[in-house]
Design a protein around this ligand. Structure first.
Ligand code: HAS
Ligand code: CU
Length: 543
């Protein structure tokens, strides 16, 4: 499928982006282990150091790793799946430089000790203004990617009337559109509330409004992280396994659903906040259940695609095909292990989303358990697997060690489970999240002790796995063995895709639908802050 030869491909661009993401991911992984040790009293430092470390860990994992990986991978997918180069040479580098500058500014602010506000930077904690500026630059720097991705899709469609947009690019376009909508909430919060407050231009802001605006972003952002992983599961894994994608249309429906269902949802992050009425929260709870649908469809489609591969390789019977899958192929192993982690991770998500049950787990270790499983475990596992697939194409060198890659993926899988199963349990035993130490009732604390060793072992396994991963990629650059096939190809479908319904070949209608749903979901919950006089303080400052 790929008609673009390496010189016209954004290989260097992708490598630069992804290396920044993975490089800082390495640092943040070590911080994660330190936090585990500190929290369990094994390397007692100060609470201030703990929170500073956790801010850096969260910001890097949630914003830096993801955004750099997605943008770098996104350019590669766009160019190789559409078969044409990026029409602008400098714009993507401008975006890269802006993102990098933002990352450095925010990291310095955190390192200086003035901006220990955790990755969600909820007020009333206030950071130094440079932290918000850095975060804003990081996000704004991703906009050239959004523009390039959407523009290239629009042009391609114009030049190829009636032809289906290749599925990998359809997914990336969904991701770019989702991202544009997602950013609006946090940008308004930063520009109109947090920056003026941190610069001393206003004395007060409305915390309730800030939290709702952040919730607007916090929910869909996790699907911004997820969609590129799904692009790999649909379009790379089945091919690498030696099979076919079970259904191209199912993939399109999933990407559309992720955009439409994940945006008008968010209040489930603030179920226990007092500012919203229960009816709105319940509505968002139902909306959240809808978001589970595309993931269920993905589990089904990816499993069915793998089954085609297993059967083509001679597997028979109900489960015989599983044994025949290429268990030595990193991207396949990564895809399967990630799908397995999605199951318990998603299950925990549905508990969180169940309005009443969230009261039991909110602000406990259950929540970090949920997202370390579904994001740190599942999504990042696909990022690793994808990197193993891309590195030979990007560098022209063979992957240094496929055996080590497979071992690394298993280690991450096992490490994630060993870390998050105890976290789920201690969450149910009321251990709070985001605290440096736990000076609570000794009887309650005593119930947590048994889980200390497994969680530290899990964290240590993940760090070893991260190191193996980085080493393998790094050493691939200097591998003497050249990669014979630098062309990128994507999975073909069981039935060749000749036409698809117009609704599944573009986003115009879906964008309008998102607008309507956003108005339904957020117009009143946000608008009320301006016309209900509850807190004796207006959103933009004192009266
Ligand atoms: Fe979540 C909190 C609800 C998915 C990330 N979530 C978080 C936070 C993060 C996060 C970072 O409703 C913390 C924010 C903070 O710091 O405060 N989440 C959900 C729900 C889903 C969900 C309903 N979350 C994600 C994904 C994330 C992510 C994806 C990152 C990538 N989450 C919540 C809620 C909260 C929350 C509440 C707030 C909690 C609180 O109190 O603060 C759903 O999308 C999940 C759907 C998934 C499924 C699983 C389907 C099963 C599959 C398995 C197939 C595998 C097979 C095996 C068949 C229903 C796909 C194949 C095997 C072979 C051998 C082939
Ligand atoms: Cu959410």
């Amino acid at each position: 499928m790929s008609a673009v030869a390496p010189p016209d491909r954004p290989d260097r661009l992708s490598l630069f982006h992804i290396w920044v993401g993975f490089g800082l991911f390495g640092v943040a992984s070590l911080l994660g282990l330190y936090q585990l040790l500190e929290r369990n009293g094994l390397v007692p430092t100060s609470a201030a150091t703990y929170y500073q470390s956790m801010t850096l860990h969260g910001v890097v994992m949630a914003f830096v790793l993801t955004t750099f990986f997605i943008v770098g991978y996104g350019y590669f997918v766009t160019v190789t799946s559409l078969g044409r180069p990026i029409p602008w040479r400098r714009l993507p580098w401008l975006g890269f430089a802006t993102m990098l500058a933002g990352t450095l500014v925010a990291a310095l602010a955190i390192a200086s000790g003035t901006s220990t506000v955790l990755y969600t930077f909820y007020p009333p904690m206030v950071a130094h203004w440079s932290f918000y500026l850095g975060a804003a630059l990081l996000l704004v720097g991703s906009l050239p990617w959004t523009v390039i991705t959407i523009t290239m899709t629009v042009r391609w469609k114009r030049e190829n009337p009636g032809r289906p947009i290749p599925l990998p690019q359809f997914g990336m376009t969904a991701c770019a559109i989702l991202w544009s909508w997602t950013l609006v909430g946090v940008v308004i919060e930063v520009v109109f509330q947090l920056l003026p407050l941190s610069l001393g231009l206003v004395q007060t802001i409305d915390l309730g409004l800030a939290r709702v605006l952040f919730a607007w972003t916090l929910h869909p952002i996790v699907y911004f992280w997820l969609i590129p992983a799904y692009v790999a599961l649909y379009t790379i894994v089945p091919r690498a396994a030696g099979g076919y994608l079970f259904s191209d249309e199912m993939g399109r429906i999933v990407f559309v659903m992720l955009v439409v269902f994940s945006l008008p949802v968010g209040l489930h992050h603030i179920f226990v906040d007092p500012q919203q009425a229960a009816g709105w929260k319940l509505m968002h709870a139902f909306g959240t259940f809808l978001v589970a649908l595309p993931t269920l469809l993905t589990g089904f489609t990816v499993t069915a695609s793998l089954e085609t591969a297993g059967r083509l390789r001679g597997g028979t019977g109900l489960f015989g095909w599983i044994r025949k899958l290429p268990w030595g192929e990193p991207v396949v192993v990564g895809g399967i292990l990630a799908a397995l982690l999605l199951l318990p991770g998603g299950f925990g998500g549905l508990i969180n989303a169940s309005y009443a049950m969230d009261a039991m787990v909110h602000n406990t270790m259950w929540v970090p358990a949920h997202f370390h499983l579904i994001f740190g475990g599942s999504v990042v596992l696909v990022y690793f697997a994808t990197a193993y697939e891309l590195w030979p194409k990007l560098t022209g060198r063979r992957l240094r060690s496929r055996g080590m890659a497979v071992a690394q993926l298993w280690l991450w899988f096992l490490g994630t489970l060993t870390l998050t199963i105890p976290w789920h349990v201690v969450g149910l035993l009321w251990m709070p999240r985001r605290t440096a130490y736990n000076p609570y009732d000794p009887q309650i604390v005593a119930r947590w002790h048994a889980y200390t060793t497994p969680m530290i072992a899990g964290g240590a396994l993940m760090v070893v796995s991260a190191v193996l991963f980085l080493l393998n990629l790094l050493r691939t650059h200097s591998n003497r063995a050249a990669e014979p096939d630098r062309g990128m190809s994507y999975a073909e479908t069981v039935e060749p895709v000749v036409t698809v319904p117009t609704l599944l070949n573009g986003f115009a209608v879906w964008n309008w639908l998102v607008l309507v749903l956003m108005l339904i979901a957020f117009a009143y919950p946000i608008g009320q802050f301006f016309f209900i006089d509850v807190h004796k303080a207006l959103a933009w400052g004192p009266r």
